[in-house]
Design a protein around this ligand. Structure first.
Ligand SMILES: NC(=O)C1=CN([C@@H]2O[C@H](COP(=O)(O)OP(=O)(O)OC[C@H]3O[C@@H](n4cnc5c(N)ncnc54)[C@H](OP(=O)(O)O)[C@@H]3O)[C@@H](O)[C@H]2O)C=CC1
Ligand SMILES: Nc1nc(=O)c2c([nH]1)NC[C@@H]1CN(c3ccc(C(=O)N[C@@H](CCC(=O)O)C(=O)O)cc3)C=[N+]21
Length: 294
């Protein structure tokens, strides 16, 4: 069993980005700039956004964190987005999810100019991805592709089973794994809440990607010997013995499943750090106008 070290892979990617930033700075005197909007003070969201800002500093980007109260109106948020759309100084920005219930997430994501949508959540980027055009790829699926590629894992002709069909992870992941590309060329099965006899499908997976959000959901008897297992789940489970007050748990019962695998990602230190690295990569692409040439 080989551990897919997301933390180390993310470090490597960030070093590659930092080197490019140096070159851009020398040539243009300007560095890529990522902005993030955080609405409210959900603990997990704060951690992720802070990690993103710290990662920007690490690679030499400019970053701006915009905090808004839970109680803001949808209009106020849309105004802020318009401001960032029009700010020539900002190359890309994200609106951290989830948003408070009184705000229409779809409307908010559609308000982001696709050329600055480094999360890849705007329908234009989703459509372009599906059509195989240049697009900002959502950071988590993009990070998983990087992991498969950098560990040179064979994907062609393999059966990839994805558990979860969310717009930010499961759906784009399944689309990308079925593409005529490397990593890709898989036969893909998408499972969700209404899948009957889930284990019957997961047991057939050469590559199993779990993006469910239920801690330790995938047990050893659901996994084929020699499978590649990618654990996207990151659920905070209360743990009073820890300083942070919680423990991060993946969707896979790691101790039981890992011995059966050819490759597996840990949680933490697996997919999460790569998500952040690929957000930076998208921001670099935005600054270089590699996707949209406006
Ligand atoms: N490491 C990282 O970088 C990231 C981690 N995450 C983590 O990944 C997990 C998933 O995130 P996200 O996709 O946003 O979550 P969502 O809650 O949006 O989606 C969860 C998916 O799991 C499916 N599901 C729920 N219960 C079952 C079940 N019993 N059997 C089969 N399928 C089920 C749901 O099905 P249905 O559609 O039918 O409701 C849904 O499609 C979370 O733990 C999240 O924190 C998310 C983003 C990035
Ligand atoms: N607009 C938007 N874009 C996102 O990309 C987005 C989002 N909203 N909402 C929430 C999810 C979740 N997500 C994670 C990012 C990093 C880690 C990460 O770095 N995890 C570390 C541990 C961090 C910790 O200690 O909690 C690890 O797995 O090693 C996890 C999860 C991005 N998301």
């Amino acid at each position: 069993m080989t551990l897919l070290d997301g933390k180390q892979t993310a470090e490597t990617i960030k070093e590659e980005i930092a080197a490019e930033v140096e070159a851009i700075k020398a040539a243009h005197g300007k560095v890529p700039h990522l902005a993030a909007i955080l609405v409210g003070n959900d603990g997990g969201s704060q951690t992720y956004v802070n990690n993103k800002v710290l990662a920007c500093e690490r690679v030499g980007f400019d970053s701006t964190l915009i905090r808004m109260e839970d109680s803001i109106t949808e209009e106020e948020l849309l105004e802020k987005i318009e401001e960032l759309n029009n700010d020539a100084n900002v190359d890309g920005f994200i609106v951290q999810l989830p948003l408070p219930k009184h705000i229409d997430t779809e409307k908010v994501l559609e308000a982001v100019n696709p050329s600055k949508d480094v999360d890849g959540f705007h329908p234009t980027n989703v459509g372009r991805m599906v059509a195989g055009l240049k697009a900002f790829l959502p950071a988590t699926p993009y990070g998983i592709l990087q992991l498969l590629e950098r560990y040179q894992i064979e994907t062609k002709g393999k059966h990839c089973v994805v558990i979860g069909r969310s717009n930010i992870v499961g759906s784009p992941m399944s689309i990308l794994m079925a593409k005529n590309a490397y990593p890709g060329n898989c036969t893909v099965t998408i499972c969700h809440r209404h899948t009957e006899n889930l284990a019957q499908f997961t047991k057939q997976a050469d590559i199993l990607i779990a993006a469910v959000g239920i801690p330790e959901f995938v047990k050893a008897d659901m996994v084929k010997d020699g499978a590649v297992v990618i654990d996207v789940g990151t659920t905070r489970v209360p743990d009073t013995t820890r300083k942070a007050g919680y423990k991060l748990k993946g969707d896979v019962l790691f101790d039981e499943v890992a011995p059966k695998c050819s490759f597996i990602t840990p949680v933490p230190g697996g997919v999460g750090p790569l998500t952040i690295a690929m957000l930076l990569k998208n921001t670099l692409s935005a600054a270089k106008k590699e996707v949209y040439h406006n």
